[in-house]
Design a protein around this ligand. Structure first.
Ligand code: LMR
Length: 392
């Protein structure tokens, strides 16, 4: 029974760090997986997390099971963080999941159970794991035009024209902020248009919010999504604590359902718990309890918000610096779009072959879609990255 399987293809994102580690080139740069690094190249444990861990170590008296929905206080705190005082909060319920990938899968399973023929529309391009997760759950995937390969910004008109086809049996997956991989975000006008379309056409908005705080700030990044949440009948939402709490390996995420009524949301929640039970049972608690401690302590929360803001400003600075150096070295403005992008990533608009050349010849590791992780750079990499890119 175990002899029929061929080796699985390598993961397009996770395999890059391993390849970079094996590379002996002293100039190597890992711009693959989306982790934040400081100027020393380190992904630090955030100060607020360290303080919360000290408290947890002191106060925790048991490691007994928590429950299928994970840490309910965490769920509530995360809903507060993502929704603010949004009116849809009164019908929103959350389930803690192993990372936001776990949340994507749980919600996909629930959609499949409720509407087996549903189609999930993804942006072209989208996060490399969106299609595999949706398809493994048995859902059909379609793409809408999103990233304009010429301007490297969102092609809003083409996007909306294509989504005219989406109806009550469709799900439209939108990135809450800091679009992965492109870095090109929907404008607030774009959010208003898509909201109107969801209301009129009846498709289900599915929002993936993995980078809150890395675009324009913690509150500003939720503005478009919150506008939509106020107005649509139902939506589903995923949240991640990997980047803004730096809890990557703790796998701390949440799936949120806001159906027509709270009773309906709660009914759907029981289906997620059922799906969790038949796969991983319940999520790990450590990261969730740390987030809960931070979000419910005024001083720790202020410290944490401050740390996220410092990370955001650093990434923004690196973005602007890379765009400036590319302009100075090339004498043209082709790469100015990098400064306009938001969040940790930018898609450079180079071919997969050129991306491969960057990795193989220059030891600059990036995703095949041409995505670079700006948050993985150090200031002293920028000249080398710019020169390598311009030599293609
Ligand atoms: C990424 O896009 O690099 C991150 O979200 C990590 C992952 O799980 O793919």
């Amino acid at each position: 029974i175990l002899e029929n399987l061929k080796e699985a293809p390598k993961d397009p994102i996770l395999s890059l760090s391993a390849a970079c580690k094996l590379d002996s080139n002293p100039n190597k740069v890992d711009l693959g997986i989306g982790v934040y690094r400081d100027e020393q190249g380190i992904t630090p444990v955030m100060e607020a997390i360290k303080l919360a861990e000290a408290r947890l170590l002191e106060a925790q008296t048991t490691k007994a099971y928590v429950g299928l929905a994970g840490n309910e206080a965490f769920n509530q705190s995360m809903i507060e963080l993502m929704l603010g005082d949004n009116s849809s909060k009164s019908r929103a319920v959350g389930v803690q999941t192993p990372g936001a990938s776990g949340a994507l899968r749980m919600l996909a399973d629930v959609i499949k159970a409720s509407a087996p023929d549903a189609t999930v529309w993804l942006s072209d391009l989208s996060y490399a794991n969106h299609a595999p997760i949706m398809q493994t759950a048995g859902l059909t995937v379609r793409y809408f035009p999103y990233f304009d390969r010429n301007t490297k910004l969102v092609q809003t008109d083409a996007m909306m024209a294509s989504l005219k086809e989406a109806g009550p049996n469709d799900v439209v997956l939108l990135h809450g902020c800091c679009h992965n991989p492109t870095g090109a975000d929907l404008s607030f006008d774009g959010w208003q248009t898509i909201t109107e379309m969801a209301v009129q056409q009846g498709f289900l908005p599915f929002i993936d919010m993995a980078y809150q705080g890395f675009g324009d700030g913690m509150e500003a990044d939720a503005k478009g999504f919150r506008y939509l949440a106020e107005r649509v009948e139902s939506y589903v939402l995923t949240g991640s604590c990997s980047k803004n709490f730096g809890l990557y390996r703790e796998r701390t995420g949440i799936a949120v359902i806001a159906a027509k009524t709270l009773a309906q949301s709660n009914r759907i929640k029981t289906r997620i718990l059922e799906a969790a039970r038949s796969s991983y049972t319940m999520p790990p608690d450590h990261g969730a309890e740390l987030v809960n401690i931070i979000l419910n302590d005024e001083t720790l929360k202020v410290n944490w918000l401050n740390e996220v803001e410092q990370m955001r400003l650093r990434v923004d600075h690196l973005r602007n610096r890379l765009a400036t150096v590319l302009r100075e070295k090339s004498g043209h403005s082709h790469y100015d779009f990098i400064a306009q992008h938001k969040g940790m990533f930018s898609v450079l608009g180079i071919s997969p072959l050129e991306a491969q050349t960057l990795s193989e010849k220059y030891s600059i590791y990036l995703v095949g879609s041409g995505r670079i992780n700006i948050a993985g750079m150090q200031e002293n990499h920028i000249d080398y990255i710019a020169e390598s890119l311009l030599s293609l």
